[in-house]
Design a protein around this ligand. Structure first.
Ligand code: KG4
Ligand code: ZN
Length: 318
């Protein structure tokens, strides 16, 4: 990463094919695959960037939130390399990484980010609405009370017999479906900035079971489209309302679910301020976003010690 905005290389080792066989992430398998992939990925990243270790100013690594076993592989590899190469180490919050994916230049142009902004972070493990007043200055406005948005997509995807991960699979089949075929519940929670998707998931489950009992073929496309609209409706409405309430200059979308085209479209349509989101490949987990967030912390003088530990359940902290 150069200047925290220009990607020199961004190598992604995906485990999707492996987890697909189990219909979801299998934690032990995930950490074993991390062990296998990490050094080849780092070598490839260095080669692709056409840099040598002497050119580097520091190493950024995420310490959480996430799966302990996988985080440990990353943190220990980063510590070993930092110690061995005499480079400073900077720990980065994974959710902060997702936000900073928005800083990355695409087609050579870095986006013009204006504070304060409201950011909706929607990933497989998180749904958070935050007000960002400046770098490293976060105020959590709300979040999910039960399932994360991505988790709801994954669970409903499995229910509909679609392959893992459910998000892109649902988005794909929903294109052929009618989004008002089924009137699914939306948890508005009295206009708060919190979210809840478990009721929606249960409603889809009941529908599927009822249709199965009647021996009818599942209208997968209509169910997927109606479910997607129910999720996106709530995400978009609450994000736009929060931006209005807190006088945000911009709205940023982040995390795997922000790759969803309907979500992007709905937020853009309702928002009164510019809406930014990373290209899909930078919405889902990647190292460039961790390096971008790490650069900000590095420039602010932050360094992590050799006691840097993983924090699997940590939230987003300033
Ligand atoms: O941010 P991410 O790569 O990993 C976590 O930190 O969790 O997010 C993965 C999540 C998965 O739940 C996946 O189903 C969802 O993002 N996702 C999508 C789309 N692409 C990925 N959800 C809806 N629409 C998409 N196009
Ligand atoms: Zn993530």
């Amino acid at each position: 990463m150069e200047e925290g905005r220009f990607i020199r290389s961004n190598v992604i080792a995906s485990q999707i094919e492996i987890h697909r066989q189990y219909g979801g992430v299998f934690p032990e398998m995930a950490s074993r695959e991390h062990v296998r992939a990490i050094l080849p990925v780092i070598r490839e990243a260095i080669a692709e960037a056409e840099v040598s270790w002497e050119d580097l100013d520091g190493i950024a690594v995420t310490y959480g939130p996430g799966l302990a076993g996988s985080l440990l592989v990353g943190v220990n590899a980063a510590k070993g390399l930092a110690l061995g190469r005499g480079l400073p180490l900077v720990g980065v919050n994974h959710l902060e990484g997702h936000i900073y994916a928005n800083w990355l230049a695409t087609d050579g142009e870095p986006p013009d980010i204006q504070f304060p902004f409201v950011c909706l972070i929607v990933s497989g493990g998180h749904t958070e609405l935050v007000l960002v007043a400046d770098h490293r200055d976060y105020r959590r406005l709300g979040g999910t009370l039960d399932d994360a948005a991505g988790e709801a997509f994954d669970k409903v995807g499995r229910l509909l017999g679609l392959e893992y991960p459910g998000g892109p699979a649902i988005e794909g089949v929903a294109r052929e479906g009618d989004s008002i075929a089924f009137d699914l519940p939306r948890a508005w929670l009295q206009g708060s900035c919190d979210f809840s998707f478990s009721g929606l998931k249960t409603a889809v489950l009941r529908l599927v079971r009822a249709l199965e009992r009647e021996g009818k073929p599942l209208p997968v496309a209509d169910l997927a489209a109606s479910f997607q609209l129910a999720v996106v409706d709530v995400l978009a409405e609450k994000t736009v309302a929060a931006a209005r309430e807190f006088d945000a200059q911009q709205i940023l979308l982040a995390g795997g679910v922000s790759a969803n085209q309907l979500l992007r479209q709905r937020v853009r349509k309702r928002a009164e301020v510019p809406v930014l989101y990373p290209p899909p490949i930078l919405c889902t987990d990647n190292a460039a976003m961790i390096a971008a967030a790490g650069t900000v912390r590095f420039r602010a003088g932050e360094r992590s010690g050799w006691d840097l530990d993983v924090l699997p359940g940590v939230g987003l902290v300033g």
